[in-house]
Design a protein around this ligand. Structure first.
Ligand code: ATP
Ligand code: MG
Length: 297
């Protein structure tokens, strides 16, 4: 499913301008939405799943106007909200059955099959009779994704799905989403964890204070940071100065003091060399620059 967002604005009742003239195209496949706290990721997602009407703007999905074809588009959607909660009284399998009903699966035989298959896929079959609110954090997240996938959606929107997961669960989660996106669905994944994007998403957008700071592939983003990352050998005293001047990405103790990585165009005479950027460096580079642009413009 291809999504086109034009001149989107979201102003909340209290005056918070969460999205500012956003123009963005989201192609098929796995799409990463990256940005710091308050960037507008959840606001955008709530609009895309038709839970909230934006202040202004236009959105089409495969050419269909989102606001004129709300019902039709909703039946093709799966959504995992950032603050997903369960109904305490339901067992894991009952909860999933309930989600399937909500998604419009009317026949109980079809529903039972779908529920069992999904429990297997997310590794919750063994705990299907346990109350949903008694599951571990990682299991709850998996149940969350299961309810979003139960109706075989064409568009899946997951808001910060890996928060609080241990590294193994996180990898599992990413792989699960990758297999789903291979079934020609579009997945939009929001995160402020750079590593979640680099390992799975072909395309991405970087949001900052409600504005689009970048869109393209993660590789494009990295390319744009080339020449702006330095590894510096610093004494104790220099380290304090450098820390005031530039964004420091990493610090490793060395016999002369510290070996540090910074994002900067130039390092005014400190002893160091340019190194190849990774996505984390590129992220910092872009956030710094987009903020500078706005404050100067
Ligand atoms: N219901 C609301 N009423 C008023 N302001 C809101 C509301 N929801 C969000 N905002 C504001 O809109 C801006 C964007 O918030 P949003 O939750 O979309 O960001 P986010 O990128 O999802 O952040 P996070 O990474 O912390 O989840 C913030 O300034 C936030 O305070
Ligand atoms: Mg959010």
């Amino acid at each position: 499913m291809r999504i086109k967002i034009e001149n989107l604005n979201q102003v909340y009742k209290n005056g918070n301008h969460a999205l500012k003239d956003l123009n963005l195209e989201i192609p098929d496949g796995m799409f990463g939405l990256l940005g710091p706290n308050g960037a507008g990721k959840s606001s955008l997602m709530r609009i895309l799943v038709t839970l909230m009407k934006p202040s202004s703007g236009k959105i089409t999905m495969d050419g269909l106007d989102l606001f004129k074809n709300r019902k039709e588009i909703r039946s093709m959607l799966g959504y995992l909200p950032q603050d997903f909660r369960f109904f305490a009284s339901l067992k894991t399998s009952e909860f999933l059955d309930y989600a399937a009903r909500l998604a419009g699966m009317k026949r109980s035989k079809q529903r039972n099959e779908a529920v069992d298959k999904m429990l297997e896929e997310v590794g919750l079959f063994e705990v299907r009779d346990r109350k949903a609110n008694k599951l571990s954090g990682g299991m709850k997240r998996r149940l969350g994704i299961a309810q979003a996938l139960i109706n075989d959606p064409k568009l899946i929107i997951v808001d910060e799905p890996t928060t609080g997961l241990d590294p193994e669960e996180r990898i599992r989660f990413r792989n699960l989403l990758s297999t789903v996106s291979a079934k020609d669905a579009t997945i939009i994944l929001s995160t402020h964890i750079v590593g979640d994007i680099s390992s799975t998403c072909e395309n991405m957008a970087l949001l900052n204070q409600g504005q689009l700071a970048f869109t393209g592939s993660p590789e494009d983003l990295i390319k744009k940071a080339e020449g702006n990352v330095w590894q510096i050998k610093a004494t104790e005293k220099e380290y304090l100065e450098i820390n005031d001047k530039y964004p420091v990405i990493s610090t490793v103790p060395a016999d002369y003091g510290w070996e540090i990585q910074v994002v900067a165009e130039d390092i005014d005479g400190y002893y160091g060399e340019k190194i190849a950027p990774n996505l984390e460096h590129a992220y910092v580079h872009f956030m710094e620059n987009s903020l500078n642009q706005w404050t100067q413009g």
